[in-house]
Design a protein around this ligand. Structure first.
Ligand code: 5GP
Ligand code: ZN
Length: 139
């Protein structure tokens, strides 16, 4: 896609700090460096996000994550690492070429904050919602 910034990075038309490349996947440092070593892993195929991704591309992308996560953690001496993926604007997606964030963590109070709000479980509602989602899973 002509206007896609990550396609331009993949094509070498604009520079990036590359950390890994093979025929299907590219990984490079995120320009924002939320924490030092913040890395993006992208499929070379242009696809908007996980909601539009084929199983084949998902497999290719996800299969590289363990070795890349280990490399980022080891090179940065981080204590841990978050793996994040944003899908659509409401979820924080700002570049519409699928990508996985690898974010090294040095301290639980560092620059990344993720909070899961907990609600009292309503088990009937959970069962109904789970069934509704299960009905939507396609082969
Ligand atoms: P999103 O918000 O879509 O999940 O993440 C997009 C990420 O792409 C952001 O963290 C942003 O810093 C990064 N980004 C945007 N433009 C560029 C760029 O030109 N080069 C690099 N390396 N990262 C970029
Ligand atoms: Zn693209």
């Amino acid at each position: 896609m002509d206007s896609c910034i990550f396609c331009k990075i993949i094509a070498g038309e604009i520079p990036s700090s590359k950390v890994y490349e093979d025929d299907k996947v590219l990984a490079f440092l995120d320009i924002s460096q939320t924490t030092p070593g913040h890395t993006l892993v992208v499929p070379k195929e242009h696809v908007r996000n996980v909601l539009e991704m084929s199983e084949k591309t998902a497999l290719e992308l996800s299969s590289r994550l363990p070795k890349l996560a280990r490399a980022v953690k080891s090179a940065t001496n981080a204590k841990g690492l978050n793996i994040l993926n944003n899908n659509e604007e409401v979820a924080g997606q700002s570049v519409f070429h699928a990508h996985i964030h690898l974010i090294p963590r040095y301290d639980s109070n560092d620059e990344l904050s993720i909070t899961f709000t907990e609600h009292e479980p309503d088990f009937d509602a959970l069962a109904k919602l789970a069934q509704k989602i299960a009905n939507e899973v396609t082969a």
